[in-house]
Structure formats: structure tokens, C-alpha cells
Design a binder for this molecule. Sequence first.
Ligand code: SAH
Ligand code: CA
Length: 215
Amino acid sequence: MEFIDEKLDQYVCNHTDKESELLYELNRQTHIRVLNSRMLSGQFQGRLLSMIAHMIKPQNILEIGTYTGYSALCFWEGLAENGKITTIDINEELEDFVREFIQKAGAEKQVNYVIGDAMQLIPKMNEEFDLVFIDADKENYCHYYDLVFDKVKVGGYILADNVLWSGKVVGEYEKADKDTKILMDYNRKINDDPRVENILLPIRDGLMLARKIAE
Ligand code: SAH
Ligand code: CA
């Protein structure tokens, strides 16, 4: 389901900054060389992620779901000086691709790219984050939220992508498929959690933005 009219979408994109040449190339190469290229954030959402990072100026970001590194490099643009982003992906086949672009961006010092299962890696991390981006396997969304919660500063943010799941979340719960149910659960969980303030942005496939206000 497209959430806004195609012409309007075109207009919106045309009145949003273009991506850098490097991100354009990363976008293009993902479409040429990698499967499932629609998972990539892309120009419009990428500009939002970059803007969010610039607004927060985070010292430390955690991204769950690197894919080809597009969103990580968007966040990287807005990191605080000496800030860092750790990005995790289970798919080792993309390693060379991702490293190539991190290097081309000159971001090796600030982007810590880790290959492995985020469900296993996150509990071992002993760090505090200003921003966490959840964008990996949908079935673990609620688990990721619980795993990262104590590692997010009060005043920090947890952002989750694809929470409208092409619009399927508005259907009947009992009739929904497994992933849709989990995203419905996620949205309810965040909205019911008194420890965060939250807003669901109907941008692209839906972004749930939560700000931690209490431990
Ligand atoms: N954030 C990227 C898109 C991520 S696509 C962007 O916006 O451009 C989702 C990614 O999650 C895939 O690359 C997939 O390999 C990864 N993934 C799936 N399950 C995972 C897990 N358990 N741990 C880490 N990464 C996982
Ligand atoms: Ca996504």
C-alpha cells in the first residue's frame, strides 16, 4: 500500500535534499548487485534519518540491521564530533560491499560494523546509546526493544522502521500473519509504555519514534 498519492510523493521527494553522490552510488549499487533492494532506506527516508541525527547530535548510536549500510551512513552524517555508530547485521555476504562504502565515506573510525545475530550480540554490549534504530528481523522487534531499553539514556530515542508493514497493521489482529501481528504488538507495546513518549510517523513504511523519559 502506498500511503500518499504518487504525484504528491514525487513532489515531496523533489523538495527534499538529494542524497550525497556517495549515497546515490550506494543506492544504485544496492539495486544492481544485491537482493531485496527495496529494504534500503533510500533518498527520502535517508534524509530524515540524517536530519534526526543532526537534531540529536548523538555520541553513540546503535543500528540493528545494516543491510548495505545506507541508513548507517545517513546517521553518521549527524553524529557528534567523535561520536560513533555500531551497526549490526547477520548477513555476512554483504560484508565486502558494506566495508567498501564505509571506507569510501571515510567513516571507518566512527562506524563500527559488526556481523552477527543482534539477539545474541546486544546483551553483551556494555554501552549507553542516545539513539537506537531497529530495522532487522521483524519477529524480534519487541525483543530488541526490551534488550536495548536499559542501554538507552533517559532522553534518548528508540526508532523502529516498517511499523505500518505496508498498511497491514490496521487489519484484524486474529486474521493477521505472524509478522503483522508482531508489528501490531510492537506499536501497542510502545504506545502503552509509560517510560516513553512516542509518535508514529506515517513516513514510507512507518517509523515509530520513542523518547525515553524514565528508567
Ligand atoms: N537499515 C537498512 C535496511 C536493513 S534491512 C537501511 O535502511 O538501508 C534488514 C537487515 O536486517 C537485513 O540486512 C538482515 O540481514 C538483517 N537481520 C535480520 N535478522 C537479523 C539479526 N537477527 N541480527 C542482525 N541483523 C539481522
Ligand atoms: Ca527498513
